[in-house]
Design a protein around this ligand. Structure first.
Ligand SMILES: Cc1ncc(COP(=O)(O)O)c(C=O)c1O
Length: 361
């Protein structure tokens, strides 16, 4: 009998490690390791959640028509070209599944989001890692790495864990320069934190080789509910819908997401608070010698002298009940990614890092 073997690439996948939320022996814990919204979700969304519990004996709609219509209305997009998934992760997975396989190449950058290499391996494709320039996606380096085998280029903009951003002209230059047959995936998980950004929508409208993804997990405060969406050319969305399970989203997910996207006052409030506190936190850290790049997201990437100092600071913060994210796995061993929490959390972080630095002086 022949051995039962998984598909090529699958056993090379390292399991995704999420941000921890508990510290043994410490009760007053603040989790700043998963870029969650510290304010949670709005009262409007809470109400929708209560109502969504009715009718659970029925299957949900398969076409997500009402949620797509709401997203389209709010963002001035074509509802026919929107696809919804279990988090934007699922939309990214549809893209990988539908467009890459054994013998194909999938490009992502050296500090790119950790799901990209996982997805490449999941479909048996070859992952190609491209260097960044000082923690910023380097369009020229990506274009240089493209070959006839390139099928997908993943970029997060703003990036995670860097928080840096490419301007729309650079993204357009990237899309224009890709070889025929390759798709640019513009991952906008943090787009709402950037005032005035469209998450790549204008580029999607202008080109046939770009798809953008968005999420309800970050500024909408709904990471626990798992909803995301994508917007792309009609023919790509049509392909993705073929690999999507018909009932991938529950009635609760659909109804709550619809209420959330219509509540843009909440988005605005959270963006404003985040912008103010992000500036405050990076200034406070800079004053004590911990530098950050300008972040466009709801976290900052704090740079320490070296890996030893970053790890020692992480351990010190943990002892104070503050959980931040080590990013050695992202090729940034001398950094810590810190989610911008509410004001008391930001003050606690700044105070604790200052104490840590003073203890080493
Ligand atoms: C850049 C980026 N893309 C996508 C995701 C996935 O988000 P979700 O599947 O919750 O929508 C995340 C989550 O952290 C992210 O940081």
């Amino acid at each position: 009998m022949s051995r039962i073997e998984p598909q090529p690439g699958i056993m090379e996948i390292d399991l995704y490690v999420g941000g921890t939320s508990q510290i043994e022996g410490v009760s007053d814990v603040v989790k700043l390791s998963s870029n969650e919204n510290p304010y949670g979700y709005s009262d409007v969304v809470k109400k929708a959640f209560g109502k969504a519990g009715h009718g659970l004996h029925r299957y949900p709609p398969t076409d997500h028509a009402e949620l797509r219509a709401a997203i389209a209305e709010v963002h001035a997009l074509d509802a026919e070209r929107i696809i919804c998934g279990v988090g934007s992760d699922e939309v990214l997975q549809f893209i990988a599944q539908a467009y890459a396989g054994v013998g194909d190449e999938v490009i992502y950058t050296e500090h790119g989001f950790s799901m990209y290499p996982i997805l490449a391996k999941m479909v048996g494709a070859t992952g190609v890692v491209v260097p960044e320039r000082e923690r910023v996606v380097d369009v020229d380096a990506i274009l240089k790495a493209c070959t006839k085998k390139t099928r997908i280029v993943f970029i997060a903009n703003p990036g995670n864990p860097t928080g840096t951003m490419l301007d729309p002209k650079e993204v357009a230059r990237l899309a224009e320069g890709l070889p025929e047959g390759a798709i640019l995936v513009h991952d906008g998980a943090y787009t709402e934190y950037v005032g005035g950004a469209d998450g790549g929508a204008a580029l999607v409208e202008a080109r046939r080789n770009v798809i953008m993804t968005r999420t309800f997990s970050k500024i909408y405060g709904l990471g626990g509910l798992r909803i995301g969406w994508g917007y792309g050319p009609k023919e790509i969305i049509d392909v993705l819908n073929r690999v999507r399970q018909p009932f991938n989203l529950s009635t609760v997910q659909l109804d709550v997401a619809e209420a959330a996207v219509r509540d843009q006052a909440w988005v605005q409030k959270c963006r404003d608070d985040n912008t103010r506190l992000r500036r405050w936190l990076s200034d406070a850290l800079s004053e004590i010698g911990v530098e950050t790049d300008e972040s466009y997201a709801n976290f900052i990437l704090a740079r320490f002298a070296d890996q030893e100092e970053a790890e020692a600071c992480d351990a010190y913060l943990k002892a104070q009940g503050l959980i931040v994210r080590r990013v050695g796995g992202y090729g940034l061993p001398d950094c810590l990614r810190i989610t911008v929490g509410d004001e008391p959390s930001c003050r606690r972080v700044a105070h604790a890092v200052a104490q840590f630095k003073a203890g080493r002086a």
